[in-house]
Structures are given as C-alpha cells and as structure tokens.
Design a binder for this molecule. Structure first.
Ligand code: NAD
Ligand code: UDP
Length: 312
C-alpha cells in the first residue's frame, strides 16, 4: 500500500461518497467520517468490503483522534432545507468542525482541504464572481447559518495557516449535481428531475430568471483532488464550478425535454435571500490546477436522470 491515509469528513454524503470512491481507486487508505445527518450508508455500501475503506459514525463538532496524512473537510449539510432545519447546529458543524479538523491537521502535520462554497459571495453584486470578490451576505437571514458558518470556517483556516503554519487548501464549490444527490433535499436539479419523472408540476421559485452555474460531480471531484495535491504554498481560495450559466426556467425546460415529461411549470414564492445570479470565474483553477470542467449540462443531466430513474 503506497497511498496516503486520508480522512474524508462528510464522506457518506453526495460529494463525499464520490470523493471516497475516487481516492480508493487511486490507491489510498480512506477513513470516511459522517454522522449520517444528510448522508446515507447506501451511498458508501459498495465501498464497505474494501479493506482500505473504514466508516466512522462521528460528529465533526466533536474532536476525533486518528492518524492521517490528508483531511478533506466536507461535513456540513449543503441544501437550504437541511441547513435551515437546525441552523444553530449548522453553525456548530461549520465552525467547531473547522476547529477540530484544523486541530487534527496541526497535530498530525496533515494537509487539510476545506469544502467552502460560492455562498460566501452571498447575493453577489459582482458578476461573474472572482475569488477576490468579498461578497454580499446578510448576517442575520435564514441562509446566514450556512453562509456565515462557511465564511468563519475560511477565516479559521487562514488563521491556522498564519499562526500555526498548517498546510491548508480552500475551495469554493459552485452548485454541483449528479448521481447520489438526495431525492428530498430540495435542491433544484434533484427536485426538477424527480418532478419531471413523476409528471408532477415543476416548482420554479420566483419568476425563474435567477441564474446558477451547474458543475457535474465528476468534474468537481477531479478539481478537488487536484487542489489537495497542488503545489506547496498555494492555499486558494479557488473557485471550482462550471461557468455555463442558466436560468431556472431554462433548466426546467431542458429537464422536461430530456425526460420527455408531461410536467407543467408552476411558480412558487421565492425564498428569502435567494441569490439572483451566480457564475464562477475559474481562471485561477485553470492556471494553478490545469482544471476546467469537461461535462456539458445536458450530458451531465442525462447521467443524473438515468440515476434517478433507478430510484424514483
Ligand atoms: P451532503 O448533505 O450530501 O453531504 C454532507 C455530509 O456531511 C452528509 O453525509 C452529512 O451526513 C454530513 N454531516 C453533516 N453534518 C455533520 C456533522 N456535524 N458531523 C459529521 N458529518 C456531518 O452535501 P454535499 O452536496 O455532498 O456537500 C458536501 C460539502 O460540499 C458540504 O460541506 C457543502 O457545504 C459543500 N458544498 C457543496 C455544494 C454542492 O453543490 N453540492 C456546493 C457548495 C459547497
Ligand atoms: N429552486 C426552484 N425550484 C425548486 C428548488 C430550487 O426554483 O424546486 C431555485 C432556488 O430558489 C434557487 C435555485 O433554484 O434560485 C437553486 O436552488 P438550490 O437550493 O439548488 O441551490 P442554491 O440556492 O443554494 O444555489
């Protein structure tokens, strides 16, 4: 075994399970830690028989003692429904989770990557968003537990780096989709696909002219691993996302067409603080990581629809 010992927090979630799978394929020894709040054992069932894979049920807001070379810190509910379910807990997960994993990295001299988010830009006034844009975040709204939690986690990462020389990497992930997204976490791609496959109404919040940029999961995981293994001294933050920008109306129409669905579009109230536009500038990832998304939206949607057809 020549690989590294790698801890993935949130490893039973959507992104975490794809990451664990890829790291095992690359010959590493993977410890997957998760409290199964939004993650599922089904996401990692196919990895359980691998002798280089271990699952630990644990809350990232509590300290964990393991010996590892690298840490990917993904533990945090990511969909608005889930992170707003218990917002105080979401804050603890982000902030205490960052503190404990950074403490672990310091003790083990491990390299640590934080899965931050485009939500640190809030409802952006600068479009598209480069990494040096500081964001427009409401500190007291219903999305704040997540947005501000992730911002504080970034602060802790950079303070541990400056104060204790911890080897950090920070990525800001833009909306990512693909197989193993949870069917009921309210995110737009899974909602629309499930509604379309059931020929139910497609629920567009607001007028549907708000935009998002959607990255297919394989591209994102490739970028994440490239960032972890990037040159010494390159900390980020670096945006990872697909710059293709679509309105929610365009997304709904595409999914209806690809599923040959009889669904009709209906409009529902727009949630508070819903960002009106979002699109990453990815020049830094291209330069430092030689990374660019390869999967076009339709291609990724077809793969995702095929997955949902097996469970809907
Ligand atoms: P997810 O909800 O599927 O995965 C999160 C995982 O973390 C789940 O398995 C959950 O059980 C686990 N978890 C939550 N709280 C925990 C705690 N206190 N202790 C231990 N485990 C805990 O979401 P995802 O889409 O896979 O997101 C993974 C990470 O990527 C998150 O940190 C999220 O903020 C970030 N991210 C995701 C996206 C996206 O579009 N998917 C975008 C930006 C950032
Ligand atoms: N959205 C929608 N209908 C849905 C779910 C979401 O119109 O059934 C919209 C939502 O208001 C937002 C966009 O889709 O403008 C993306 O929502 P998601 O929760 O997937 O991600 P985020 O808002 O965190 O980017």
């Amino acid at each position: 075994m020549n690989g590294k010992r790698i801890l993935v927090t949130g490893g039973a979630g959507f992104l975490g399970s794809h990451l664990c799978e890829k790291l095992l394929e690359q010959g590493n020894d993977v410890v997957c830690m998760d409290n199964l709040f939004t993650g599922r054992k089904d996401n990692i069932r196919h990895l359980m028989d691998n002798p280089y894979f271990e699952f630990i049920r644990h809350d990232v807001a509590e300290p964990l003692y393991v010996e590892v070379d690298q840490i990917y810190n993904l533990a945090c509910p990511a969909s608005p429904i889930h992170y707003q379910y218990d917002p105080i807990k979401t804050g603890k997960t982000s902030v205490l989770g960052a503190l404990h994993t950074l403490g672990l990295a310091k003790r083990c001299h491990a390299r640590i990557l934080q899965a931050s988010t485009s939500e640190v830009y809030g409802d952006p006034e600068v479009h598209p968003q480069p990494e040096d844009y500081r964001g427009c975040v409401n500190p007291i709204g219903i999305r704040s537990c997540y947005d501000e939690g992730k911002r504080m986690a970034e602060t802790l990462f950079f303070d541990y780096h400056r104060q204790h020389n911890v080897d950090i990497k920070v990525i800001r992930i833009f909306n990512t989709y693909g197989p193993r997204m949870s069917m009921n976490d309210g995110r737009v791609v899974s909602n629309f696909i499930v509604q379309a496959l059931r020929n139910e109404d497609i629920t567009i919040y607001g007028d549907g002219n708000q935009t998002r940029s959607f990255c297919y999961v394989d591209d994102l995981i490739d970028g994440m691993i490239r960032m972890m293994n990037s040159r010494d001294g390159f900390t980020g933050p670096v945006n990872l996302g697909n710059p293709g920008e679509f309105t929610m109306l365009e997304l709904a129409e595409t999914i209806i067409r690809l599923t040959d669905s009889k669904s009709k579009i209906v409009h529902m109230p727009l949630p508070q603080d819903d960002p009106t536009q979002r699109k990453p500038v990815i020049d830094l990832a291209e330069k430092e990581l030689d990374w660019k998304p390869q999967v076009k939206l339709e291609e990724g949607l077809i793969k995702t629809i095929d997955y949902f057809k097996t469970i809907v």
